[in-house]
Design a protein around this ligand. Structure first.
Ligand code: GLC
Ligand code: CA
Length: 541
């Protein structure tokens, strides 16, 4: 019996982007009762946990990553009582819950930020954020030329010569983590949700909290040049950030079982990432290396080897991710030529080149079976179990991502992977709700609906359900042994207990290893493994 405190080490975690999952009251926005009504679906899918993207009160300047109040639910999507009902329903189905926590910035509507604006320069209210005097006699120019993640300046003036820092949208002022009150308030927030039955936290931009703002501030060019993998960066991945997570860990460990956390930290080397995942820190960190890798056996093997070694050295387990709410869905990435500029492709509404949809889905299914066979935990993004593609041709007037406006309409942003799920093949929003959805769904979603796929044994949904059930049965200790003498375009490994996973990244059929085929991502023929296919086998005796 595995230690219940270690449940997360090999968990399958399903990411729900609440506004696009299920809408219970027909206002076009997914909500918490919508999630509760679909717990049975999650149970049948076989996931161990759900990660809920932000559901806090928010003006949605950045899809909820602009939080007005960390200890409440957005009235647009529910109430605290409905949150509790959702937790109860998930628990009853044996599903744990991880919530998103956004510590780098609040929203500009947070009571602290309102107080900061109302207070004078140099006041304690302003010290919770990063205010600096602008350049020029009246502070009329920004304190530095830094650019924000979504485009434009990273500084916003407040009218009295002072500017505040926002690494993301202007509606997301950065907090000052040197301020003890900020640290204490987040501890309070974490305890608030942990006491409400939350099992873990996904920590948004975990690498950005601590910044060195000692004057003179460097230029953007100097920041960009500061790219040594182990170099000390002024704004990101500073060693001092781990002091914060030590305090969080002390709080997590006061619970039984201890609360877990996973860092979102796009750091420069896998080796730096391991520090976020240490047992006296957050415990786990997202590994986006497979998400960034090309569909290539050598690349996959290298990523897997490196991350398993790093996870072991940090006494944690690795994580595997192909899709989330920030990136082009992987069924579409794999449908496009290697090395393509995805931003430019989206700007052309996904028309040139047209995606090879069939090939993309075939590879996506193979990739998922491969990841699900690896030691560690796999994070799935809602809709990938339906093989949903990126919606590349959303009407421009429907776009919500701040990137679209902040880039001066030169970059569309991330809405194409946030289109609401199709539950049925008909209805105003394919069963998402009773009215139109907040982002329009393409007609092609009809044939990808849950309803349609539940009736088809060869569907992607059927494959995910079988894979999760088999994984539960086969998954044992965390080891992995590479097969000897495989072809360059084949990845093959064996897990403790003799479970074998083989993926053919090439075109020519590959010989199948000995054993009984448990599952394959595409039909097998003549005892061989076709191209772009993964199979799982178990020993025959
Ligand atoms: C993370 C989130 C992303 C958000 C950003 C700012 O990267 O995943 O969606 O825009 O942080 O909070
Ligand atoms: Ca709703």
């Amino acid at each position: 019996m595995p230690d219940p405190a270690e449940w997360w080490r090999q968990a399958v975690v399903y990411q729900i982007y609440p506004r696009s999952f299920a809408d219970s009251n027909g206002d076009g926005i997914g909500d918490l009762p919508g999630i509760t009504s679909r717990v049975e679906y999650l149970r049948q899918l076989g996931v161990d946990a759900v990660w809920l993207s932000p559901f806090y009160p928010s003006a949605l300047a950045d899809g909820g990553y602009d939080v007005d109040d960390y200890r409440d639910v957005d009235p647009k999507i529910g109430t605290l009582a409905q949150f509790d009902e959702m937790v109860t329903a998930l628990k009853a189905a044996g599903i744990r819950l991880i919530v998103d926590i956004v510590p780098n910035h609040t929203s500009n509507r947070h009571e602290w930020f309102r107080a900061a604006l109302a207070a004078a320069p140099g006041s304690p209210e302003r010290d919770r954020y990063v205010f600096r005097r602008g350049e020029g006699p009246n502070g009329e120019r920004p304190p530095s030329d830094w650019t924000a993640q979504f485009g434009g300046s990273a500084w916003e003036p407040v009218g009295d010569g002072q500017w505040y820092l926002h690494m993301f949208a202007p509606e997301q002022p950065d907090l000052n983590w040197e301020n003890r009150e900020v640290r204490d308030d987040f501890l309070k927030t974490l305890a608030f949700w942990a006491d409400r039955g939350v099992d873990g936290f996904r920590v948004d931009v975990a690498n950005a909290l601590v910044k060195d703002l000692t004057p003179p501030l460097p230029s953007q060019a100097e920041l960009d040049a500061d790219d040594l993998p182990d170099g000390v960066h002024r704004l990101l991945d500073r060693d001092e950030v781990h002091d914060i997570y030590k305090e969080w860990r002390e709080l997590f460990d006061r619970y039984d079982p201890p609360r877990t956390a996973v860092a979102e930290a796009w750091v420069r080397s896998a080796h730096r990432r391991a520090r976020y995942a240490s047992p006296d820190g957050l415990g786990q960190a997202f590994n986006f290396d497979l998400l960034l890798a090309e569909w290539d056996a050598t690349e996959f093997r290298k990523v897997i080897e490196e991350n398993l070694a790093l996870a072991a050295s940090a006494a944690t387990s690795s994580t595997w991710v192909f899709s989330n709410h920030d990136v082009v869905r992987h069924a579409t990435r794999y449908a496009l030529p290697t090395g393509i500029d995805l931003k430019a492709w989206l700007m052309g509404d996904g028309a040139t080149p047209p995606p090879d949809v069939e090939r993309g889905l075939r590879r996506a299914r193979a990739a998922t079976l491969l990841a699900l066979a690896l030691p560690g935990s796999t994070y799935l993004y809602q809709g990938e179990e339906l093989g949903l593609p990126e919606v590349a041709d959303l009407p421009r007037e429907a776009l919500q991502d701040p990137t679209w406006i902040r880039s001066g309409h030169t970059e569309k942003g991330r809405d194409g992977c946030r289109v609401p799920l199709p539950w049925t093949s008909s209805g105003p929003s394919f069963g998402f709700g009773t009215g139109p959805a907040h982002l329009p769904q393409p007609a092609g979603f009809a044939e990808l609906s849950v309803e349609r796929q539940e009736a088809d044994d060869t569907s992607t949904l059927a494959l995910y359900r079988r894979a999760l059930a088999q994984r539960r049965r086969l998954q044992t200790a965390e080891g992995l042994e590479w097969a000897a003498d495989t072809r360059d375009d084949v990845v093959e490994f064996r897990r403790p207990g003799g479970w074998t996973c083989i993926t053919n990244f090439g075109d020519a059929p590959a010989p199948l290893p000995r054993g009984r085929v448990v599952l394959s991502s595409a039909p097998l023929s003549g005892g061989t493994l076709p191209g772009d296919t993964t199979a799982w086998l178990e020993p025959t005796d």
